[in-house]
Design a protein around this ligand. Structure first.
Ligand code: M6R
Length: 610
């Protein structure tokens, strides 16, 4: 949450900061600000609302500066307004700072600083940092040492960047729990909370690790640990392109990302299917594949949409690899003193690779000796780097806050992992080949589903004013029901619940009347007859029904109000197909309600706070 960007070099930093903030806006978008030095004098400009509003304010001023930092905020402490927006300044306005994360002991630190005579303007936890650093500066320390000493007093998480008029040739940045990357240019350096903000300028980056600080000059940088030890940082080449993170003519990133799914799922499986051997080749798991296949238990931990993917993974692993598998919310796992050890393999699924709860659960698992494996999208992300081994899903940058293509790619990767471990165990070559073949057909089948976009938009028109929805599915499609409901809630603000279809009669059936649409995910599989009975139960109570059904099914149309017909595939892969109509339905309903699909209220793409 919150986006950070910084620049120091020979060019004007203002357009770099504004364009960087626009790229980062998906991380938080309730207020924004920049701080620059003009002839070595600080100037801070902030605004409530979108980066575009800040941009209009700034453009009129025709500013130019070789050093500056910018921030787009997702409020944690204090409402979104200009005062609470970043950068925050010290009393004499010689020092300004941006912060991503949460300072947990800010009340204590604030009281101590107030006793020293410091006054606070904002309600944020972040402001404490700038005064704390100031207090060390006032004791005669240089900026780097002041930041380092201040951070030794801080509990919580931070990615920060600080500029001081007394040392105008540098930006000091530090990281603990909130991502930070340094971009290396030609006589210029960049700082960002993720590479999308600086990709237009450089592909050479250095990822800061927790507990590291860096002093960034225009032509070099020096990194140290918070304990003051020098460190050498490795430079990485990033391959993401600008085109990949642009909207490419689509009205919303979410639509672009839904439509991209034939390519994104293809990229997730590219070069990884060994058809003749009926298995998968996953370089990132090679060294641990035997340990994984022999583990006594698999746990999959994640949040949100990634947690729904984990549920599908549970079905896959248990059905084919025959390894007992549990799925757990990362936020619960980390705090419940879980019984895990060296015989367990634990997957952590995260699109961003930065989700605070998932990262904390990963650390917990590692401490307890379990084999900790990441399934991430963002290359070089913290979870990817902290895992002992893992697999990238290669879905490409996902910018829309509602996760779509990452979900389907996560499912592809889970299917590949299933193949890998099940073939090491009891799965036959024939069964392995069959799954591999079906996987290869998935991109084409997604293309077919996307052709139903207009039909789904018409259904959205019909249902856009409903205030509650029920999503029902069985087996592999139960997690899809949860995911469909989450998509609708997130972007349309309509209350929606996902249930295993058979559970309906244990409670939710009481809600059914003519105003309550029920969406059944009912492809022709082994639970089909059962789900038809559930459809009858809703129909008998005058509920309106939309069914996502198999294209070969011509009996279901008589039972329901609307059908969305999708191609058949094997059960384990069906969620990759059946979720797509639900993504489109949620998208169209939200657009028809005039809502901001890519930046829904109260949400942020990457939840880096607890
Ligand atoms: O980046 P992650 O996959 O770890 O994110 C987990 C959730 O925050 C995320 O899936 C969230 O639920 C999305 N907004 C869902 O669309």
């Amino acid at each position: 949450m919150c986006g950070i960007v910084g620049y120091i070099g020979e060019n004007n930093c203002v357009p770099v900061l504004i364009n960087g903030l626009k790229r980062l806006e998906y991380r938080g978008y309730d207020s924004a600000g920049i701080g620059i030095l003009i002839d070595n004098h600080p100037l801070v400009i902030k605004n409530k609302g979108k980066v575009s509003e800040l941009q209009s304010k700034i453009e009129k001023l025709k500013l130019s500066s070789p050093i500056g930092i910018g921030h787009t905020r997702w409020a944690t402490h204090g409402e979104p307004n200009e005062i609470n927006a970043h950068p925050h300044c010290n009393g004499d306005k010689s020092l300004f700072l941006i912060h991503n994360g949460i300072i947990e002991n800010f009340e204590t630190l604030k009281k101590g600083l107030q006793q020293l005579g410091y006054t606070f303007l904002s309600e944020t936890d972040s402001e404490v940092l700038v005064h704390l650093i100031d207090s060390f500066l006032k004791r005669g320390n240089n900026l780097f040492k002041s930041v380092r000493m201040a951070l030794t007093e801080v509990e919580g998480t931070y990615g920060i960047a600080v500029v001081y008029e007394g040392e105008p040739d540098k930006i000091v940045a530090a990281r603990k729990g909130s991502p930070l990357v340094i971009g290396i240019g030609d006589n210029e350096h960049f700082i960002a909370s993720d590479v999308s903000a600086i990709i237009a300028h450089t592909s050479q980056v250095v990822y800061l690790d927790d507990g590291e600080l860096v002093e960034v000059y225009k032509d070099h940088f020096c990194a140290k640990t918070i304990a003051d030890a020098d460190i050498e940082k490795e430079v990485f080449e990033i391959t993401t392109t600008l085109e990949e993170i642009d909207r490419g003519g689509y009205p919303h990133f979410m639509l672009k990302e839904i439509i991209e799914q034939p390519e994104s799922v293809f990229n997730s499986m590219r070069g990884r299917i060994l058809l003749e051997q009926g298995t998968a080749k996953l370089g990132g798991l090679e060294l641990v594949a035997d340990r994984l296949a022999n583990s006594k238990r698999i746990i999959i931990s994640a949040c949100g949409t990634s947690w729904h993917a984990a549920l599908v993974g549970e079905y896959m692993f248990e059905q084919f690899a025959r390894i007992p598998t549990e799925v757990e919310y990362a936020s619960e796992f980390r705090y419940r003193n879980p019984i895990v050890g060296s015989e367990d393999a634990i997957f952590f699924i995260s699109q961003s690779g930065e989700t605070a709860d998932t990262l904390a659960a990963l650390k917990e698992a590692k401490n307890r000796g379990a084999l900790s494996l990441g399934i991430c999208n963002v290359v070089g992300s913290t979870i990817a780097r902290e895992s002992q081994a893992g697999v990238y899903i290669h879905a490409g940058p996902e910018i829309g806050v509602a996760s779509t293509k990452a979900f389907t790619s996560q499912l592809v990767v889970l299917a590949l992992i299933t193949l890998l471990i099940a073939r090491k165990k009891t799965m036959s070559l024939v069964d392995g080949k069959n799954i591999a073949l079906e996987l290869e057909k998935i991109p084409e089948k997604i293309k077919q589903i996307l052709k139903l976009n207009e039909h789904i938009e018409n259904i959205a028109e019909e249902f856009k004013n409903a205030t509650n929805f029920l999503y029902l599915g069985r087996g592999y499609n139960f997690p899809v029901a949860l995911e469909g409901a989450l998509k609708l809630k997130e972007i349309s603000y309509i209350h929606a619940e996902g249930y295993p279809a058979a559970e309906m009669k244990h409670g939710p059936i009481a809600l059914i009347d003519k105003n309550m649409p029920a969406i059944f995910i009912a492809p022709k599989d082994s639970t089909y007859d059962k789900i038809i009975s559930n459809i009858q139960e809703v129909k008998a109570r005058k509920g309106r029904i939309i069914a996502v059904a198999s294209e070969s099914d011509d009996t279901i149309d008589k039972l329901v109000d609307y059908t969305i017909k999708i191609p058949d595939t094997i059960r384990m892969l069906m969620p990759i197909l059946s979720v797509i109509p639900l993504q489109l339905l949620a998208y169209h309903i939200a657009v028809k309600k005039g809502l901001n699909v890519d930046q829904p209220r109260n949400l942020a793409k990457s939840v880096t706070v607890e």
